[in-house]
Design a protein around this ligand. Sequence first.
Ligand code: TRP
Ligand code: SF4
Length: 404
Amino acid sequence: MNPHPLQDKRVLSGMRPTGALHLGHLHGVLYNWIKLQHTHECFFFVADWHALTTEYDNTRGISQSVMDMVVDWLAVGVNPSAATLFIQSRIPEHAELHLLLSMITPLGWLERVPTYKDQQEKLKEKDLATYGFLGYPLLQSADILVYKASHVPVGEDQVAHVELTREVARRFNFLYGKAPDFEEKAKLAIAKIGKKNAKLYRQYRKRYREQGDQESLEVAHALLESQQNISISDRECLFGYMRGEGKTILPEPQPLLAKTLKMTGLDGQKMSKSYRNTISLREEAAVTEKKIRTMPTDPARVKRTDAGDPEKCPVWQLHKTYSSAEVKRWVQEGCRSAGIGCIECKQPVIDAVESELKPIRERVREYQDDTSTVQGIIKEGCDKARDVARDTLKDVKEAIGLSF
Ligand code: TRP
Ligand code: SF4
């Protein structure tokens, strides 16, 4: 029995272990995971090999970051009895599938991924002209496909990686999904739908295969659906023949964009470790308070009596995440009329962040004091993930013709 109501929906997502998790992770990613774990079958993993693609010269911190990351996940409420939590490098099938997929992936597909050039630009001080860095979106594809995930919660910047994954899966299915007599079977099935329909089907197929015309694909689907005199397997065979595939061995995943607010950092930019504008999930109350107190505000408010505009103030962005309608109205009015001071305005944010982080800090401490529980959770998750990954690799190797 599958306990998940949407059992065909398997979610997979990963996070690079690059140091302390912060409020940006919590609001941008983790709250979404916590919701998904109740409605979908979820696999969440620490992408430690991915950390190597950029941190290959600085690997000392990675293993501590991996443990810290799992502890933070647990502390915020990612639930190991609802979701499978594991570590990428403990599942060698990710690497095996990555290698097999690398054989069929044109270089141009990887060079075209926008993050490839962007990241090289952004991290200029690092030599990222490596084989591993070029290939990391394909490693991500392997991460996804090895669990036959249907949905991948990602941020905007990662959608291109899911798109690549879809293309690679399609190519894999095209190359290896054909049963030996597939073409023959398709021809026999075509003969059963009548001369006129067969002609139409061939035209649609040609248009779809040569020009990628989606409409032809849909019209052909409708045509096949309406055929009463062919069997289900004939129909499926003709669907597959249309798309140039036989069997679907690796299903194409969909990106799942979270409807979360972008968390703003202390300086008004996106909250990110590289901008040093974060509040970490383990931040002590006094540090949080100090960080928020020293946040810049609308530069127009030089003196207490100068009016300001919340839209020009990063503190307002935090109110948007944390404050009730009533408090937000108080900010809007008080700021524009110089009725409140900035210190006053910051207090509700300080309080809200602290009441969010206090229980998290406590649970972090509990898990830190009980590493054997954490190790046990990881072990169990890795075992479960590995079973799924092994099954996929079995299918994959069989399809390629590598099972002896
Ligand atoms: N590349 C992702 C990031 O930088 C992390 C990641 C690795 C991932 N493999 C994944 C995310 C698979 C989703 C699915 O954030
Ligand atoms: Fe920002 Fe609040 Fe000061 Fe206005 S009153 S500038 S919103 S901190």
